[in-house]
Design a protein around this ligand. Sequence first.
Ligand SMILES: C[S@@+](CC[C@H](N)C(=O)[O-])C[C@H]1O[C@@H](n2cnc3c(N)ncnc32)[C@H](O)[C@@H]1O
Length: 236
Amino acid sequence: MKFTKRFNVLTLFPEMVESCCGCSILKRAIENNVIEVKTINPRDFSLDKHKKVDDKPYGGGAGMVLMAQPYVDAYESIEKIENSITVMLTPQGEVFNDQICNDLAKYDQIVLICGHYEGFDERIRTIISPREISIGDFVLTGGELPALCLIDSISRKIEGTLGKIESADEDSFSNGLLEYPHYTKPREYKGLEVPEVLLNGNHKEIEKFRHEQSLERTKLRRKDLYDKYMEGAEKL
Ligand SMILES: C[S@@+](CC[C@H](N)C(=O)[O-])C[C@H]1O[C@@H](n2cnc3c(N)ncnc32)[C@H](O)[C@@H]1O
């Protein structure tokens, strides 16, 4: 079976990944063979008789550190196909965004390494040399939710995941701006009317209105994106 994209997730909690991938759009994408999501549990590779995967930090301190051996062996067990990339989820990585998402979407296989507890023994980084990605400047209990953020957002970029691939093209960030506001039925709700221009069927006017809304919204909410967009527009 040829899958467009394969995600291999190294995780001590495969059920977290499996439960999210068993719902909604990701579930459908898996059923339609658009993506494949496999989990590999480092605990299954532990050489310790109690299947231990973590231990106290050398030098002291709070929390348990993930041991190198189970992670490295689990990683090495994965069949690496051509055009593959390995990503470690860590709050110390480059902060994920739409550009990184597009970049990762070019790979046929993405190996995602999820940490837990106090994090990884540094030698896991040294041996595997992954691209390190954070989903923001905050700390979660584990890398499973960040890995799922990547799986979900990357999958949206692959034809066959969304009903209409165009819906991803118009989303926020795809053209450097935030998306325009949406309206659906009813035409009037609690005294609030849908803007008239959206009802007249004039596609040129609708497009113009939406672009203006998109600019205005971005300027108000994300001045950084707005300035960058305008800088690019001036150069054209
Ligand atoms: C409690 S965190 C460890 C944090 C680590 N002690 C530090 O201060 O950098 C446990 C694991 O959750 C994941 N994680 C937590 N926050 C994250 C974030 N913002 N982005 C990506 N992964 C994160 C990582 O896999 C990490 O190894």
